[in-house]
Structures are given as C-alpha cells and as structure tokens.
Unconditional design. Structure first.
Length: 316
C-alpha cells in the first residue's frame, strides 16, 4: 500500500513538472506589448500567421474590434466572441506588402465614429521559401484621449484629445477638442483651473459648435485679437481666433499630414518616438440640465500637442 502511494505521488509530481515546463515554454512563445497599461497585448507567430490577444482592464463597456487598413495584404479574423474585456484574433498574410492592424474600442456620436481606445500595429508581409510570413514592424502605438458624452441623446459631445487641426471634417470627422456635433443646446463648460483656457467657436451657418482647449502658465495675459465671421466667446483666459490656431499649426510643420497625425496622436507608448512630457493639467466640468448630465474631467496636456480626459472622482 505504501509503495502504491509513493508511485502515485511520483506520477503526480511528474505531471506537475511537465505542466510547469509546458507553461513556461508557452509563455516564452508570446511577445508582450503595453503590459504596464490597461490594454496589454500578447502575440506569437505560428505558420506564417500572428495569433494575438488584447485585453481591457479599464472596465470599458465597448467591445474590441480588429481591422486591417488594406485587405489586399492581410486579414484579421476574430476567434471566439470578442468582448469588452478580451479579444483574440489571427492575422493572416494575403500578399507581400505593408499595412496596419488596428485594435479599437469605438463609440458612435451622431454618426461619427470616435476611437476611445486604439492600438495601431504596423505590419509587413514578406515572401519566404516556406510561403508568406507576417510580422510586426515595431511595438505599435497606443492612442487614447477621446470620449463621448450623451452618446444616445440628441446632443452628444465628443471629447477629442488627438485633434488634428489641419485635417478637414471629412478626414477627421471631429472639430476641436470639444465637439457639440448636433449643437450646444444647454451644454455648459466650466473650469476652475486658471491655466486651462477654453476657446468656444459658434457659427451662424450651422448649429454645430466646438471648442479648443489650451494650457498656459500665463493665464493673466489677455490678447483680444479675435476676428473672422465666427463668434469666439471668451470663457476664460486669452481670446484667440481658432482659424489662426489652425493656420499657425499648419505652418509650423513641414511633414505630411499623415506623419504628423501619427506623431500628434501618440499618447502612451511608442519606443521609437522621442519622450513625450506633461505640460500641465486642469479641471473642466461639462453639464447639461436637459440631459441630466454633469461630468468633471481632468485634462492633461502633453508636449506633442495631444491631451487626455480623465474622470475626476467627487470627494465625499
């Protein structure tokens, strides 16, 4: 009886050791990206394909999606059912070339798709003696900073932390950092932070209204140079003409819109870019009595031009 017990114990030990070895080998097969964020990615190569899993630890209620910029070069097939917490997909090569895989959580605001979270992973497909093989070109880019308030109402508001001023409405779909897509209605913007400036633009030609946000260490300096047909309301800080902001932003760069868009919207992790530093932050409150919405956000500004909107917990 004692001998039998020893044999069983030995078998269990062997099984445990084998399981541990298999687990370690399987773990080492995967490459991990964005592991210190709420959106970790793991992937491995297999038979020329890439098997990838992305998670969400932020408690978002939006389901992950996976898209390929150019389906002539690759496809992305979701395995199982994508959820708000996790998505697994297989990226397969179609033809040699370069394209981009995007993992997104997208909200709708009156027909405008707003990427609240997006991970862009550039991929290249090469021909080998064993057939087509797909690989990632770098560690990718995690892009955050966008949000939608009142998404299912008649007056949704887009918060855009990655606004690109020299792209048209058709290209970007969003105006400014705060976009009242269907009109301002009774939405109100307030800030209790001296350095956070809000420039509101209301046009007589359309109900659409939008605002630019900026941060300055010299909020006391006032420069009244607003001009043009649009009305610019001073909510706090310096009055400016948003059209001049757009013009100066365009003149300040000699790179293409696409490359600037990529640089401007990098707001988390991209090892190939220069260090992005925080410039400052402030608090804004957006409220609508008719919709019963009041949201307080901390807006953090960065040196590459983007900003993030983070919820502020009310103190009890």
């Amino acid at each position: 009886m004692k001998k039998k017990t020893i044999i069983i114990a030995a078998i269990i030990l062997v099984v445990l050791i084998a399981g541990l070895i298999i687990g370690i080998v399987n773990y080492k097969q995967y490459t991990r990206l964005f592991k210190d964020t709420d959106f970790p990615v793991t992937y491995k190569s297999k038979n020329g394909n890439i098997i990838l899993t992305v998670k969400d630890k932020s408690n978002s209620d939006i389901t992950w999606t996976a898209t390929i910029a150019d389906l002539d070069y690759a496809t992305a097939e979701i395995k199982g059912k994508a959820s708000t917490k996790k998505m697994k997909c297989v990226i397969s090569p179609v033809e040699a070339g370069i394209t981009t895989l995007s993992l997104t959580k997208t909200a709708d605001a009156a027909g405008i798709n707003v990427d609240k979270t997006r991970i862009d992973l550039p991929i290249y497909i090469s021909e080998t003696p064993d057939g087509l093989v797909i690989n990632f070109m770098d560690d990718g880019t995690l892009i955050e900073g966008n949000d939608v308030l009142g998404a299912d109402t008649d007056h949704p508001v887009i918060l855009c932390g990655n606004y690109v001023p020299y792209k048209t409405e058709e290209e970007l779909g969003i105006f400014g950092n705060i976009d009242f897509v269907k009109g301002k209605s009774d939405w109100n913007i307030e800030t209790d932070s001296e350095g956070l400036l809000v420039y509101l633009n209301e046009s007589e030609d359309t109900e659409r209204c939008y605002a630019f946000l900026a941060y300055t260490d010299n909020a006391g300096l006032v420069e009244d140079d607003a001009s043009g047909t649009d009305s610019v309301e001073k909510i706090t800080g310096t009055i400016i003409d948003p059209a001049k902001e757009v013009s100066s932003a365009t003149d300040a760069t000699s790179t293409s819109a696409d490359s600037v868009d990529s640089t401007n919207s990098t707001n988390a992790t991209n090892a190939t870019n220069t260090t992005i530093e925080e410039k400052g932050s402030g608090i804004i409150t957006l409220s609508s009595s008719s919709l019963g919405i009041s949201v307080k956000k901390k807006v953090t500004f960065y040196t590459d031009g983007h900003m993030t909107f983070e919820p502020v917990e009310e103190q009890k």
